[in-house]
Design a protein around this ligand. Structure first.
Ligand code: SF4
Ligand code: SF4
Length: 374
């Protein structure tokens, strides 16, 4: 029997809280039961690729069973047997070859940078803040806008920050959760070597996924690790960033699972939004620890769902429409992309805009306000 499962009493609280169990064949309690009584069905994945690794199950389990690690184990088995969707295989191969899951060459990793530039840290150099941009904001055209907004806002804060440019490589958070633990360990080694060659006081990330793995899964890092929302919130409190313009919109904050549920960062994103003049901030009924997952985590950006049922991001957008908000704000590139896609497929593009918090702050702190239109 898998040791991770010792203690399971089959109460079903994991399945009861699992957001994807309502729209797919994934039934985590049943999977655990099959493992406990040693049923082996190597031809069926029983919905394991539907899991978003949101961790709701592990958080709800009264016996402390780490359900997510069990799912990762099951995925590792599938990968070892070569029983994975071609898209999953291509994603893993891309990380191995190019250091990103998007199949893009390393040389283009820093192409998102605007003409006025940002300092690229060279081996042996020092920086107070290292901005770890992440694969998605480096390559995806929509989330590149988030990285550019980050740079503009940090410049208004007179922050001494640098990036790694084309030397930056995938953090591996999603790779581990897709079950490719060997490749994840290789990425830890590559990144740790890169960090050892420079001197950093604080590393901060765009993505809660990068933040999660650097903070909780990389051994021996000797600098502080933050998600940008905690850093920016501190800069606002210290008066280094002054949101002066008005953003007169009704806004709801969507908690990213890897920021809130998994790392207890609930307040800082809301404090930033409250500091922005003009915002009417409202809450989803399912918010904070109970926030509904957008289905972007756990490698799901690169996994084809087997289910025809309504996607959770669509449910989320409909909930936002019921609240009559103008903007869903979030602080994660995956949430941004899944929610934006859901707004399009729900024909709500004219009513609801999806924005990263840093984009809203960019709007009110500067400057190039003409980039965003009503
Ligand atoms: S919540 Fe925990 S104890 Fe209950 S069925 Fe799930 S894994 Fe087992
Ligand atoms: S991590 Fe989330 S999606 Fe995966 S089984 Fe647990 S509750 Fe369900």
């Amino acid at each position: 029997m898998n040791d991770i499962l010792l203690g399971c009493i089959q109460c079903g609280k994991c399945t009861g809280g699992c957001p994807v169990s309502v729209r797919s064949s994934l039934n985590i309690r049943k999977l655990i039961y099959r493992s406990l009584i040693k049923i082996k069905d190597k031809n069926k994945d029983l919905g394991i690729w539907e899991c978003t690794t949101c961790s709701t199950c592990s958080i709800r389990c009264p016996k402390g069973v780490n359900v997510v690690d069990y799912i990762i184990d099951l995925r590792s088995d599938e990968i070892e047997r070569g029983k994975v969707q071609p898209q999953v295989r291509d994603t893993l191969e891309s990380v191995f070859k190019f250091g990103n899951p998007w199949g893009r060459v390393r040389e283009k990793r820093a192409d998102w940078i605007e003409e006025n530039g940002v300092k690229i840290l060279q081996p042996g150099e020092k920086t107070e803040f290292l901005y770890f941009v992440g694969c998605t904001p480096c390559y995806d055209t929509r989330t590149q806008e988030v990285a550019r907004a980050m740079v503009r806002v940090l410049k208004t804060a007179s922050c001494d920050f640098s990036i790694l440019g084309t030397r930056e490589t995938c953090c591996g958070n999603e790779i581990k959760r897709m079950g490719e633990v060997g490749l994840f360990e290789m990425l830890i080694e590559d990144n740790s070597k890169l960090f050892k060659g420079i001197s950093i006081k604080t590393l901060f990330t765009t993505s809660p996924h990068c933040y999660n793995t650097f903070k909780n899964e990389y051994p021996g890092l000797d600098f502080a690790i933050e998600h940008y929302t905690t850093l920016i919130n501190r800069f606002i409190k210290e008066g280094r960033i002054n949101p002066e313009g008005k953003f007169e919109r009704k806004v709801v904050f969507h908690d990213p699972c890897f920021l809130g549920k998994q790392n207890d960062v609930f307040e800082e994103p809301r404090e930033i939004l409250r500091a922005i003049p003009g915002i009417e901030l409202v809450e989803f009924e399912r918010s904070r620890e109970k926030s509904l997952c957008c289905e972007g985590g756990g490698g799901r950006m690169w996994v084809e769902s087997e289910s025809e049922e309504e996607r959770l991001a669509v449910t989320r957008v409909k909930d936002a429409a019921d609240l009559k908000v103008d903007v869903i704000a979030t602080a994660c590139p995956f949430c941004l992309l899944t929610l934006e896609d859901a707004v399009k497929t729900s024909n709500l593009e004219d009513k609801i805009k999806i924005m990263d918090i840093i984009e809203i702050l960019d709007w009110v702190t500067k400057v190039e306000n003409d980039k965003l239109t009503d």
